[in-house]
Design a protein around this ligand. Structure first.
Ligand code: IPM
Ligand code: MG
Length: 373
């Protein structure tokens, strides 16, 4: 086991971002302690916080730090102050969009899996969510999000162009096909090829690439049908590959299946940079209350280690989460009678990883003394 040194830039962001990120940091420290690695953690501003302090949701300093990092860990972005103001000059979300574009984080990877212990929280019937385990590969730096947009006729007509190149489609498709080879070898392209020219280009490229992956069962669904299938029979999916806006919508829809948004991690990958963040938003109503669910962030840290090819480290984190689930140690959102705070959960995950625990002493936990930190 070689000692690893990684430079990680932390962007706590808005709302509950700083609270969940603090638990992600504890997880990183625990991995450092147990596996004898060193991590340099650096911090930078993004989103609403950055607007407040600098006027810019993605300050140049943040870009410089992120560009040179081995990985970026992000909390959440979004501030309700801007949500209801269609004339706001600058929005927190622009920070995220600029970060993705400037670091060329073209592949957004969002795994959806159901935890046995939480099955009752899913709005879907238990027989429908049996064996659900799929990953959405969402293109993240192209399409309608980044095409030319504007208004004319004195502002009374607005447009957003959707543009894709073969190169943009291929680079994410390769990641999706490769991932499917290590899984159930099933890939589904979701598009709207019956209407959109960009979708027809996606189909053309994927059909061509599918010839290089004869073992992979490649299928095609229109977005409207896919949205229905995800609710109706989610277990049929393994890898879903799709464009930016479709992936945005489908990943929120799919996040309902496991019963809590708070559990879901994500990775955004480029050739030179990578970013990890929970799927949930900034949840401003919960900010400062220490009630947020840090599991999505902690599982994002596991995705980070897997991306570094540090699989033992990633496994240790996922096992710690599984142990908490099994023991019913969860935050309030998971609707348990006895619930724990965001920071308690982070402390506990630290202890499980650092002390290699395979059972939890709940009494110690409630006294807040179960930890070597
Ligand atoms: C997401 C979010 C963002 C997106 C917003 C905050 C700009 O919804 O990461 O899914 O639309 O991509
Ligand atoms: Mg979204």
């Amino acid at each position: 086991m070689g000692v690893k040194l990684k430079n990680i830039v932390i962007l706590p962001g808005d709302g509950i971002g700083p609270e969940v990120i603090a638990q992600g940091e504890k997880t990183i420290q625990a991995i450092g302690y147990r596996f004898n690695h060193a991590f340099n953690l650096d911090y930078a501003l993004i989103g609403g916080q950055a607007i407040k302090k600098t006027g810019n949701p993605f300050p140049k300093k943040t870009y410089e730090k992120c560009k040179n990092a081995d990985a970026i860990l992000l909390g959440a972005i979004g501030d309700p102050v801007y949500d209801h103001d269609p004339n706001a000059k600058v929005r927190p979300e622009e920070g995220l969009l600029a970060l993705r574009k400037k670091l060329k984080l073209f592949a957004n990877i969002r795994p959806i899996k159901v935890y046995e212990k939480l099955k009752h929280l899913s709005p879907l019937k238990n027989e429908r969510i049996k064996d659900v385990n799929f990953i959405i590969y969402r293109e993240l730096t192209g399409g309608i999000y980044y095409g030319e947009k504007g208004r004319y006729e004195g502002g009374t007509i607005a447009y957003d162009h959707c543009v894709y190149s073969i190169g943009e489609i291929k680079r994410i498709a390769i990641l999706a096909f490769e991932a499917s080879m290590g899984r159930k070898k099933k890939l589904c392209l979701v598009d709207k090829a019956n209407v959109l020219e960009t979708s027809r280009l996606w189909r053309q490229v994927i059909q061509e690439m599918a010839k290089d992956y004869p073992e992979v069962e490649t299928s095609y669904l229109y977005i409207d049908n896919a949205a229905m299938q995800i609710m109706n029979a989610p277990a049929q999916f393994d890898i879903i590959l799709t464009a930016n806006l479709f992936g945005d919508i489908l990943s929120d829809e799919a996040s309902i299946i496991p019963g809590s948004l708070g559990l879901l991690p994500s990775a955004s990958i480029g050739f030179d940079s990578c970013l990890f963040e929970p799927v949930h938003g900034s949840f401003p109503q919960a900010a400062g209350k220490d009630i947020a669910n840090p599991m999505g962030t902690i599982l994002s840290v596991a995705m980070m280690f897997r991306h570094f090819d540090m699989n033992e480290e990633a496994d240790a984190i996922e096992q710690a989460i599984d142990l908490c689930m099994e023991e019913g140690i969860m935050t309030k959102d998971l609707d348990v009678e006895v619930h724990y705070s965001c920071s308690q959960l982070g402390d506990l995950i630290y202890s499980i990883i650092a002390e290699e625990l395979d059972q939890i002493n709940k009494k110690q936990l409630s006294l807040g003394s179960s930890s070597i930190i």
